[in-house]
Design a protein around this ligand. Structure first.
Ligand code: GTP
Ligand code: MG
Length: 363
């Protein structure tokens, strides 16, 4: 069973809970960068669980994302999982469901775990999991890897998991379906969405020259606009997800009683928001100068002492002046700014991926 989901949604936390392990977790994307295996038994059925790095979609953007996508698309090896446990965050469900929608086209049994439900309740987010189950045709369970909520129910559902019912491909326009069908046959791919992904991107699993040539010829002879196919996929999927979300997710900010929402009311206020923003920038600016003053004074004193020491040690002349009045103060003049730059960088959040804010877990 493979644990798949967007970065920072709590996959490893859930993996640790299910397998009783202690793999590294952290509140920023990209914590897990390799496959990790674990085991557990439920109702006498042994499960082997694979924790994977987070991916935003089946179009990989980094080496660790590629690892997951190659694993899920490689039909040739016998490594495909028997079941995919898709983990999404209840705080960010719309964006996370895009990946679920892609995964359910792979013809593998899928179970959807909506994690972080403890936080969602506090933020007034209400999710109708029955409706999601009906709309997506997969088993759905709300969990919290932090408070253990829903874990027993999740294990029960894993026994019931089934392949997603055959559905009309929701990722390609009707006019292009025949072409995709032909391409699947040519490359002997059992699943049409896997063919679609191989046609629209260059994957490591298909680096063979023979395949690249075949694909190029197919694209050229049929005048396929690959970029357009990809864009249409996003439009079609988001349209479907948008309609489902409208019916199944309600956010009632007035019911929210967590610290973040209360702070947001003030910090994101149309007028006070700007006042806080300026105050924060001003205090960063001030503290950069205030904190950096101590190491800067030390660096300044250190380089002056070094100049003095070298001046005493060398016989006076042009060479001594070059070292003590040119080279050493020159290097000192650059090094002295290092504390200011370092402190400034420390005061800004660490953005691992431009599209994900690690602190608020939202777009
Ligand atoms: N409140 C709350 N926090 C959670 C829950 N599950 C995970 N977290 C926190 O969310 C953060 C991310 O958890 P991870 O388990 O590292 O997430 P991941 O999906 O494995 O992340 P990557 O490996 O980077 O893709 C950690 O700080 C967890 O403590 C939950 O159910 N509730
Ligand atoms: Mg992880």
């Amino acid at each position: 069973m493979a644990l798949v989901g967007n970065p920072n949604v709590g996959k490893t936390s859930l993996f640790n809970k299910l397998c009783g392990l202690n793999q590294k977790t952290g509140n920023y994307p990209g914590v897990t960068i390799d496959k990790k295996r674990g085991n557990f038994t439920h109702e006498n059925i042994p499960f082997e669980l694979l924790d994977l790095p987070g991916i935003n979609s089946l179009y990989p953007n980094s080496k660790d994302e590629e690892l997951v996508v190659n694993y899920l698309l490689n039909e040739q090896g016998d490594e495909l999982p028997d079941l995919i446990l898709v983990v999404v965050s209840a705080l960010n469900i719309k964006r996370n469901l895009y990946l679920l929608d892609q995964l359910r086209d792979l013809d593998l049994p899928v179970v959807l775990a909506i994690n972080m439900c403890d936080l969602a309740e506090k933020r007034g987010i209400k999710i109708d999991e029955k409706l999601l189950r009906e709309e997506f045709g997969v088993e759905v369970v709300k969990v919290s890897a932090r408070s253990d909520q829903g874990l027993k129910e999740l294990k029960d559902l894993l026994l019931k998991a089934h392949s997603v019912n055959e559905r009309e491909p929701g990722y390609i326009e009707a006019d292009n379906r025949d072409l995709l069908h032909q391409f699947s046959k040519i490359i002997h791919c059992k699943n049409e969405y896997r063919s679609f992904l191989q046609l629209t991107q260059d994957l490591e699993i298909n680096q063979k020259e023979e395949f690249s040539k075949l694909k190029k010829e197919f694209i050229e002879s049929n005048k396929i606009e690959v970029r357009k196919w990809k864009i249409n996929e996003s439009i079609l999927r988001y349209k479907l997800i948008g309609n489902i979300i409208k019916k199944s997710v309600v956010t009632d900010k007035s019911a929210a009683d967590d610290f973040t929402t209360k702070a947001d009311k003030l910090l994101l206020h149309p007028v006070f928001g700007y006042v806080f923003f300026l105050l924060i920038l001003f205090s960063i600016f001030q503290s950069v100068f205030w904190l950096a003053a101590f190491p800067m004074d030390m660096i300044d004193a250190g380089f002056s002492a070094l100049s003095g020491f070298v001046a005493d040690a060398l016989p006076s002349g042009y060479f001594s002046d070059l070292i003590t009045q040119g080279l050493i103060p020159g290097i000192g003049g650059v090094v002295i700014f290092v504390p200011q730059i370092a402190i400034l960088f420390l005061m800004f959040p660490y953005w691992k991926r431009a599209d994900t804010c690690p602190y608020c877990l939202s777009d």
